[in-house]
Design a protein around this ligand. Structure first.
Ligand code: ATP
Ligand code: MG
Length: 357
């Protein structure tokens, strides 16, 4: 039987609390389904700085190469000593050096959670490696230029290769869902750059004739999302638009503590909640682990497909359903108006996993 090796990078702030809650729940589910998972704790963030003088030490990056995937907790990189701030933060560095080009962020209404925009079940595919972000384009950290004290020029990088691979990832997902893809761009203004993104996505679409395709400008898309989110299924877009849209979509279906994501390429995947390290509530055992748990559900689904292993899919379903059942039963953390602690919430989910038939 395959032993799946999964890295656990607990990180800063509420990271250790929500990540250990997550691992406990998945241990219960793996036991129930009969899958062997080895969980490998690796230092990241303050633990990395304290032990190895590096928020993303080499022992961690080396060990990740021998895993099937990993959970990345949040990091409070704004608080690191100045010598550690000159580099990319741990999550940026992992995305960049391992070329995790797809940031996949679903927004789905959940039982027992008030949603601002009614029913929604959509997935945003955000290109993760280029676009307008200065720290990740081919100018290697120099994507912004100070011309005078009062004038700054910025750059964006758009390549066919990056658009093609994120488009393929999105269309493949669409084939498993409602067979609908929406391309988001701003080709009326940024004609060459986001125009190329649109053109390449349209070309890729021709290879998936069963999938319905439409496209919107980013500004119009924001309005449509708020007004009629349920009409959208898979959304594919460039880096910055994806960043903004997924925060919007995440917040509309619930709260920051709920939003999951994975970062992946063809070979590797990393589960990462959308929220930060929440230092204001760290150590109080009240952080909501839902976002990181649902990210790990996505990681299991990704692994299930990659290794053609239905049992991992079973684990994903079992955790997702037991988590939803807990919310339905009004077991909720403080951010959702409930009284459950982080560990009580996790225990409630594990109980439901153990009782499942
Ligand atoms: P970052 O720069 O790391 O993204 P941020 O400034 O966006 O961080 P977060 O750490 O995400 O901030 O937290 C924003 C607010 O939301 C804080 O008040 C925090 O306590 C709350 N929050 C974030 N995540 C959770 C969570 N999982 N459970 C409960 N509250 C949370
Ligand atoms: Mg943030």
């Amino acid at each position: 039987m395959t032993v799946y090796r999964l890295g656990v990078l607990a990180g800063d702030g509420i990271g250790p609390e929500i990540v250990s809650a997550t691992v406990n729940v998945f241990k219960a589910a793996a036991h129930k389904v009969g899958v062997n998972i080895e969980w490998i704790d690796l230092p990241m963030g303050w633990e990395g700085i304290n032990k190895h003088n590096d928020p993303l030490p080499e022992v961690t990056t080396n060990a990740l190469e021998n895993t099937h995937g990993w959970i990345l907790g949040p990091h409070d990189s704004a608080a690191y000593p100045p010598e550690h701030k000159v580099k990319l933060n741990p999550s940026g560095a992992l995305r960049h050096t391992l070329d995790l080009f797809a940031n996949i962020r679903p927004a789905k209404t959940m039982p027992g959670i008030k949603s601002v925009f009614g029913e929604a079940d959509l997935v945003i595919f955000r290109e993760n490696t280029e676009g307008f972000y200065a720290d990740r384009n081919m100018f290697a950290g120099h994507g912004e230029w100070q011309i005078t004290e009062d004038v700054v020029v910025t750059s964006g990088v758009f390549t066919r290769k990056a658009a093609e691979r994120i488009a393929h990832a999105a269309f493949k997902m669409a084939m498993k869902r409602r067979k609908k893809v929406t391309i988001v761009h701003k080709a009326n203004v940024l004609r060459l750059s986001t125009g190329l993104f649109l053109k390449v996505c349209r070309e890729v679409a021709e290879q998936y004739p069963e999938v319905m395709v439409d496209d919107y400008h980013i500004d119009a898309m924001a309005a449509h999302l708020v007004r009629r989110a349920k009409d959208f299924d898979v959304i594919v877009t460039e880096n910055m638009y994806g960043d903004i849209l997924s925060d919007l979509a995440g917040e509309l279906v619930g709260s920051l503590g709920l939003a999951p994501s994975i970062n992946s390429n063809e070979k590797l995947a990393m589960a990462q909640a959308a929220h930060g390290s929440a230092p204001d509530i760290a150590g109080l055992n009240i952080g909501n682990p839902t976002g990181i748990m649902l990210s790990t559900v996505m990681l299991m689904e990704w692994l299930a497909e990659k290794h053609s292993d239905n049992k991992l899919e079973e684990i994903a379903k079992l955790v997702e359903q037991s988590l939803y059942q807990s919310l339905k039963d009004d077991v909720k953390t403080k951010d959702l108006g409930g009284h459950a602690s982080t560990s009580e919430f996790a225990e409630a989910i594990s109980e439901r996993i153990n009782q499942a038939v």
